[in-house]
Write a protein that binds this ligand. Structure first.
Ligand SMILES: Nc1ncnc2c1ncn2[C@@H]1O[C@H](COP(=O)(O)OP(=O)(O)OP(=O)(O)O)[C@@H](O)[C@H]1O
Length: 299
């Protein structure tokens, strides 16, 4: 394991924000650390980076105890928390050259990092003029400069447009596949993490609700069929009489667990045959909130 914690706990005043967390982050994984706002993600990351001291518990990174091997461990971690530390009046390249000097990394790495995060064309533009997505990529390039084995990123796609999100996602996949890194990334959006993570940990109220591979997660987060109908109660009754498992009905929609495209066609035909007015039938992935319900009901 690249990161392994046991009983990790932290309290702000009287509020326990991290509760006995046991993180297991395998080498070469993209580990999505998921939780709603205020779940304790940033606090956990600060504990991993030794910016906060835990009340209790152990943290091992690269198999070494953070209490005794702090410097050696931190040297091999690149991180991005909240806003990247960028000098707005310097160009992207100057920002990297500055950091390279500080870290005594050869200047040749600067151009490599610019190419890796696809900022070569904007290298000589002032960072203050970069879009949010470009700033995040520059932040990642800065974090990668000393060639760390592990990248820890706190909500790096927050506020980015869909294109910006895709660029970061592709970059992180490449870092793992081609450069042998391990990536620990936090987010409050399940859909975004599902598309890139190999492993996930889901926390709420500082406690771990689920941890496992993306396949394990998909096994419990089966998608739904959302049926938008004129009379949802009648439509639900009809489906129930025909042995469909209707899990939710509201004024506009009803839901059944998704099985196959064929099943969606069958539902459509059944509703039409019985003169139910249907506006749409779509396959819908569960959001984090619905997944929480599934997980807590199964526990
Ligand atoms: N410096 C602080 N002093 C007191 N309480 C804090 C402090 N920082 C965070 N908290 C509280 O700790 C809890 C966890 O916050 P944290 O920032 O770790 O959550 P998060 O999952 O990262 O959320 P977000 O996505 O909103 O950043 C919240 O209830 C927050 O109000």
């Amino acid at each position: 394991m690249v990161i392994s914690t046991e009983g990790l706990s932290f309290t702000f005043g009287k509020q326990q924000v991290v509760k006995s967390l046991a993180l297991q982050v395998p080498e070469g994984s993209i580990y999505g650390f998921l939780g709603p706002n205020g779940a304790g993600k940033t606090t956990t990351i600060k504990l991993l980076l030794n910016l906060l001291k835990p009340d209790a518990g152990d943290i091992h990174i690269f198999g070494q105890d953070i209490k005794t091997r702090r410097i050696q461990i931190l040297k091999q971690i690149g991180s991005l928390i909240e806003q990247p530390a960028i000098y707005q009046h310097l160009t992207g390249k100057e920002n990297l050259l500055n950091r390279a000097l500080l870290l005594q990394v050869p200047d040749t790495r600067v151009d490599d990092m610019l190419a890796l995060v696809q900022l070569s064309n904007a290298a000589n533009k002032k960072a203050g003029q970069y879009s949010l997505g470009m700033k995040q990529r520059l932040g990642i390039a800065l974090a990668l400069l000393p060639d760390p084995k592990l990248l820890i990123l706190d909500e790096p796609t927050n506020g980015l447009d869909p294109n910006g999100i895709i660029e970061i996602r592709e970059l992180l996949k490449k870092l793992v596949a081609e450069h042998g890194k391990t990536v620990f990334i936090s987010s409050h959006l399940l859909g975004e993490i599902e598309r890139m993570a190999t492993h996930v940990g889901i926390i709420n109220g500082g406690a771990m609700l689920f941890q496992g591979s993306i396949a394990d997660l998909q096994a419990i987060s089966k998608p739904l069929v959302r049926i938008e109908a004129a009379n949802t109660v009648d439509a639900a009754n009809l489906l129930t009489r025909n042995n469909y498992d209707v899990t939710e009905v509201n004024d506009e929609n009803l839901f059944v667990p998704y099985i196959s495209k064929q099943q969606m066609g069958d539902i459509n035909a059944l509703l039409n045959k019985n003169n139910q007015v249907v506006y749409s039938i779509v396959k819908q992935q569960k959001d984090l909130e619905k997944l929480f319900l599934d997980i807590t009901q199964k526990a």
